[in-house]
Design a protein around this ligand. Structure first.
Ligand code: CP
Ligand code: NVA
Length: 297
């Protein structure tokens, strides 16, 4: 039984297989095989979503399956039914699950108890589908990411940079994370991942010569009570024209979205790189179809 629970646990070979077949799913959108024919997949979401929800619902349909969207607040999970009981019930009825939640242990418990392929569609710890898509998008535009320099600016301790950290070691690129001290990744994560990851408060140094500048929201879902403090402490950790000048000429700018202009990125830079950013959003569909196909193969 295969699952996609984190990039930490995904092998290099599986990453390469998914990245390669993403291109095939993108280029043969109407004509590819239907590996989910006769299957029903549940999307169990405890947090908001636009891209992840729609790309999985459309992707499952295009692969021949049906999807069932279950907002955690509408099922007994939201009233305290344990995830392991929810998993054992759904596992008898569905063929796979895509879960967006808070605790990483919840997607792991669901995978263990349900007996069906389970996908992490974002937890507080990781967002593996997004980072696989980001790497696919980079490679589509620039070729292999190995030996390139990726710079993440902003909240360096949230799910996005953590998935980037595990990808860096496996795919052999240099990752620089520019974040204030309180928003840097835990040393334990850096130790577990290995690879070439530089963490600094100096965003200019981190951006110098980079092939890709990447950012994410300063206030992740679930962190809203810290909003005022985060907006104050992360001020300045922004992708803007001045920072981009330090990167390699022609460097890409990416954002996983949703974007908050004037916070982690300025309006001018966002709009100048909108073609890349919305290709990234579209590619969620193609890469996740590759992920689903890999899970059931
Ligand atoms: N990037 C991303 O996961 O977007 P959603 O929160 O809209 O799914
Ligand atoms: N770090 C963000 C990612 C949103 C796609 C969050 O968790 O809200």
């Amino acid at each position: 039984m295969k699952h996609l629970l984190s990039l930490e646990k995904m092998s290099h070979a599986d990453m390469i297989a998914v990245l390669q077949s993403g291109a095939a799913f993108k280029h043969a959108r109407a004509t590819h095989a239907k590996p989910l024919a006769g299957q029903t997949w549940a999307l169990i979401f405890s947090k908001s979503s636009t891209r992840t929800r729609v790309s999985f619902e459309v992707g499952i349909r295009e692969l021949g399956g049906e999807s069932l969207f279950l907002s955690a607040g509408d099922i007994q999970l939201g009233r305290g039914e344990p995830i392991k009981d929810t998993a054992r019930v759904l596992g008898r009825m569905i063929h796979g699950a895509v879960i967006r939640t808070f605790a990483q242990s919840d997607v792991e418990d669901f995978a263990n108890y349900s007996g069906v392929p389970t996908v992490n569609a974002l937890t507080d710890d990781e967002h593996p589908c997004q980072v696989l898509t980001d790497i696919f998008t980079f490679e589509e535009k620039r070729g292999p990411i190995a030996d390139q320099v990726v710079t993440f600016i902003g909240d360096g301790a949230c799910n996005m940079p953590v998935s980037w950290i595990f990808a860096a070691a496996k795919l052999g690129f240099e990752l620089r994370i520019a974040a204030p001290k309180n928003y840097q990744p835990a040393p334990e994560i850096l130790r577990r991942a290995g690879g070439k990851v530089i963490v600094t408060e100096d965003l200019q140094a981190a951006a110098a010569g980079a092939d890709l500048l990447y950012t994410d929201v300063w206030v992740s879902m679930g962190k809203e009570p810290e909003s005022a403090q985060r907006l104050k402490e992360l001020t300045g950790y922004q992708i803007n024209a001045a920072l981009l000048k330090l990167a390699k000429p022609g460097a890409l700018v990416m954002h996983c979205l949703p974007a908050y202009r004037g916070k982690e990125i300025d309006e001018e830079t966002f709009e100048a790189h909108a073609a890349t950013i919305f290709d990234q959003a579209e590619n969620r569909l193609h890469v996740q179809k590759a992920i689903l196909n890999w899970l059931v193969a």
